[in-house]
Design a protein around this ligand. Structure first.
Ligand code: 5AD
Length: 339
């Protein structure tokens, strides 16, 4: 079993059978070896240092109705908000002062509002020329992506959620198509965004084959970032009573991807730390190299509930957690780099 880990590390890929064996192995030593080798690759590439991203959840208004998501359009119990330009700029100011050099504006899919946000992106760009700006605003027209890029955005996160069209159709309402998600991802890459994809682990109806398809998809797209977290049921959604995904499987995927793509930016996600006590640290020790502390105004955090119990990372706690495992913070922008 452990030879599989060596082969993966050496070839930077593995056949479907091997991947499946690593994802499902009941052998604790193999899993520890997988994490150890992934951690070594991350350390060689990044040192024992983690990049930080200031997560600013700018709006929970969304036109989509994803069956898993707490802020889906038909969830009437959500109190909808959109941060003002002033609120966004003060969140950036706070993050900058605390030493963060990437601002992430994330929100529900709302094309007209995203178009308007371009002005604020330009202001952020002018006020903090040395900061990276990441957007995560869902599927938008090519021209809007281009405007946002021209306004100064550097990176864009658009998780594909699952690379299997049949599985995608069971997680989303009719009318949402994996094809259009993939077209957006290609648009973003073509426009020169550092692009992130990603999926949930253990979402309803997911099979091991689906996860292997996700890995093949990532191999074909070659994104700069991959965000992966366990599915966590959200109340007032069709999947409210479904079981959560597996933290262990999430950690294995971080390690597999680290061994396949040594330079990849892999966040230790909020969903993982929500599900697993100490999950943020476990993610780093499995090969992740990014953490996204929340700079959403405290009064809005409860309204951005994508799932149950969603935690919001605060910087001092994150620093303590990293120190405890012998890691520290890299205060550079943390752009993707091939070398
Ligand atoms: N559990 C885990 N992750 C979720 N997301 C949305 N809803 C859930 C959930 N119930 C993730 C999706 C989305 C990202 C912003 O949050 O992957 O892309």
């Amino acid at each position: 079993m452990q030879e599989l880990v060596d082969t993966l590390a050496r070839q930077r890929s593995l056949g479907d059978e091997g991947l499946r064996a690593l994802l499902e192995s009941p052998d604790g030593e193999t899993v520890q070896e997988l994490h150890a080798q992934a951690r070594a690759v991350a350390e060689e590439r990044f040192g024992k240092k983690v990049y930080l991203r200031a997560l600013i959840e700018w709006s929970n208004v969304c036109r989509n109705d994803c069956l898993y998501c707490g802020i889906r359009k038909s969830n009437r119990s959500v109190h909808r908000y959109t941060l003002t330009r002033g609120e966004i700029l003060s969140a950036c100011e706070k993050a900058w002062t605390q030493g963060l050099r990437t601002f992430v504006l994330q929100g529900g899919e709302n094309p007209p509002a995203a178009l308007e946000l371009a002005g604020t992106v330009a202001e952020i760009r002018a006020s903090w020329p040395e900061a990276a700006i990441t957007l995560s605003l869902g599927e938008l027209p090519y021209d809007t992506y281009r405007l946002l890029k021209d306004s100064g955005a550097d990176r864009y996160l658009l998780r594909h959620e699952t690379a299997s069209p049949e599985h995608y159709a069971r997680l989303h309402p009719a009318g949402m198509r994996l094809e259009s998600r993939i077209r957006c991802i290609r648009d973003l890459k073509a426009l020169g965004f550092q692009t992130g994809v990603g999926m949930m682990v253990g979402s309803p109806f997911q099979t091991p084959e689906d996860l292997i398809r996700d890995i093949r998809f990532i191999e074909s797209v070659r994104p700069q970032m991959v965000g992966i977290g366990p599915f966590i049921p959200a109340k007032d959604t069709p999947f409210a009573d479904q079981p959560a995904g597996s933290a262990d499987m999430t950690l294995r995927l971080y390690s597999i991807l680290r061994l396949m793509f040594p330079n990849l930016l892999i966040p230790s996600t909020t969903a993982l730390s929500t599900l697993l006590e100490g999950g943020r640290q476990a993610g780093i020790l499995a090969g992740a190299n990014v953490i996204m502390p929340s700079f959403t105004p405290a009064s809005r955090r409860a309204d951005y509930a994508l799932y149950e119990g969603k935690s919001h990372e605060e910087l001092p706690i994150i620093e303590q957690e990293l120190t405890a495992i012998g890691y520290g913070i890299n205060r550079n922008r943390g752009d993707y780099s091939e070398n």
